[in-house]
Write a protein that binds this ligand. Structure first.
Ligand SMILES: Cc1cc2nc3c(=O)[nH]c(=O)nc-3n(C[C@H](O)[C@H](O)[C@H](O)COP(=O)(O)OP(=O)(O)OC[C@H]3O[C@@H](n4cnc5c(N)ncnc54)[C@H](O)[C@@H]3O)c2cc1C
Length: 474
């Protein structure tokens, strides 16, 4: 006997739980399956994001930032503390409490929306049938009028640096070190490597980041990447670009790395190694041979622009499909798919998904970079403004970074916004909103911004597009 549902969602991460809740709000009978267990061995909903991604990393970033500021920033405010210390166990415990609060929150939301949660691993078969191997050992068969695949992603493992959970770790291990490693090696200067590298650097680790690509943050605007790199180097993060790692051997409680810097082989010895070279769609065991769902050449579930797979009534959203691997992109796809299933319009504009790196300074952007526009032959103009000239940023002791607005040369329509600085994770949404409403740089320039706020950098940058910024020479 199989259980019948309107919608069966595989995966209760950001993409899956949004799809499930929105479908339930629209009056559908919904089941959501998730295989994950929390640190306590009990089922934990919320996916990578809530368990071992966005939220726990931000909890540690915040703890380590407080510690760093106490040591390096508070002095200029006249605040002193004698011999400040960090208790890693308390810090990680605080993070675990936050994770538990939020994963438990999803379970509550499921209950409130009458969504049936199944705890176990789901495999999709023909006929929109999902067989769930539950943690209690019982198999259950669910059949959905629609199935939404939201299986997310897993860390990519390097063949010469297998995760052992102790010396060679991925994000899961690096969120749970029991003490500050004296020397931390990181392979990959992407979002995860930079964020988690920053956490342990601020707490006192010597951090070396080895990045195979010659350019720093190739996906970001080159000017923003350059400014950020300069700040990270000032903080003592040792970022080696064009460094290709070929070997990682654990010997006597140390990890011995060999990398090539483009000229010759070099060695590096660290106490812990974080491998942060990207993530891949989590499709292992997900699709039975008869499911009919196709994967693309990158191993992601193949979907069209409306998240439809190759099988009618089977949809896929979030990290397991094309597009940015970001929680909020999954949120929007989950909602859009539930609405499409209900016969409503549903669409996600991948061109206005904001990107954020929660380092210090933060890096954020939306839309196109100058390089992309040049490659596409689109004529554009830019205006930028530094936080060093923004009263609020200076009063906060956070003068690093800038805002750049890119607008179409002829129409003035905003094509991109790039920000480096304090709290730009919040400010970037002004750019998202302006782009979604097809706004121009002049629109932004004519909108009254409160003084003194960080958002004034956006105002002046928008005015600078037309060479009429007030607070700098144009
Ligand atoms: C350290 C780190 C920090 C991050 N920080 C940010 C950030 O600040 N902002 C941001 O936007 N993004 C961030 N991300 C990325 C973000 O976590 C992902 O983009 C997001 O979680 C993807 O959501 P998802 O629902 O597609 O998949 P996931 O969150 O991966 O959830 C998928 C769920 O499905 C379950 N599952 C998979 N297959 C099956 C199956 N066959 N049966 C049952 N269950 C299954 C998994 O156990 C998992 O719980 C971060 C990631 C990491 C690793």
């Amino acid at each position: 006997m199989s259980e019948q549902y309107d919608v069966v969602v595989i995966g209760a991460g950001p993409a899956g739980y949004h799809a499930a809740i929105r479908a339930a709000q629209l009056g559908m009978k919904v089941a959501c399956i998730d295989a994950a267990l929390g640190k306590d061995g009990k089922p934990a909903l919320g996916g990578t994001c809530l368990r071992v991604g966005c939220i726990p990393s931000k909890a540690l970033l915040d703890s380590s930032r407080q510690f760093h500021n106490l040591q390096h920033l508070f002095g200029e405010h006249g605040i002193s503390a004698k011999d400040p210390k960090i208790d890693v166990k308390t810090m990680v415990g605080r993070k675990d409490k936050i994770v538990k609060q939020f994963t438990g929150g999803i379970a509550q939301l499921f209950k409130a929306n009458k969504i049936t949660a199944y705890y176990g691993f789901g495999t999709l078969h023909a006929g929109k049938k999902v067989v769930v191997k539950q943690h209690d050992g019982m198999d259950v068969e669910l059949v959905g009028k629609h199935v939404v695949i939201a299986a997310g992603s897993d860390s990519i493992e390097l063949p010469f640096a297998k995760f052992d959970g102790k010396h060679v770790v991925d994000n899961v291990g690096a969120l749970d070190f029991e003490a500050v490693p004296k020397r931390l090696g990181v392979i990959g200067a992407g979002v995860i490597g930079l964020e988690l590298g920053s956490v342990w650097k601020r707490l006192g680790a010597e951090v070396t980041i080895l990045e195979a690509m010659p350019d720093f943050l190739a996906a970001a605007d080159a000017e923003a990447a350059k400014v950020a790199l300069k700040e990270f180097k000032k903080q003592g993060l040792d970022i080696k670009l064009g460094a290709k790692v070929s070997k990682a051997e654990v010997k006597k409680n140390e990890v011995h790395l060999t990398y090539n810097d483009g000229k010759s082989d070099q060695s590096l010895v660290v106490d812990k190694l974080l491998v942060a070279v990207g993530r891949k769609a989590a499709t292992k065991g997900l699709l039975a041979d008869d499911s009919g769902v196709k994967l693309n050449e990158r191993g992601q579930v193949e979907v069209d622009e409306h998240c439809k797979t190759s099988v009618d009534g089977v949809w896929a959203v979030g990290d397991c499909v094309r597009g940015p691997m970001l929680a909020h992109k999954g949120f929007e796809e989950g909602i859009a798919v539930a609405e499409l299933i209900a016969g409503l319009p549903g669409h996600v504009n991948l061109d206005t998904v904001p990107w954020v790196i929660y380092t210090e300074p933060e890096i954020a952007w939306v839309g196109k970079t100058e390089k992309q526009l040049k490659d596409e032959g689109v004529p554009f103009k830019t205006g930028s403004f530094p936080f060093a000239a923004v009263g609020r940023a200076v009063a906060m002791g956070e003068p690093a970074g800038f805002v750049k607005v890119i607008a179409h040369e002829e129409t003035d329509r905003i094509l991109g916004m790039h920000l480096v600085g304090v709290n730009v994770s919040e400010l970037v949404h002004e750019g998202v909103l302006a782009m979604e409403f097809h706004g121009s740089a002049e629109d932004l320039a004519r909108i009254c911004h409160a003084h003194p706020t960080l958002s004034e950098a956006i105002h002046d940058a928008a005015m600078a597009v037309d060479k009429r910024a007030i607070h700098k020479a144009n």
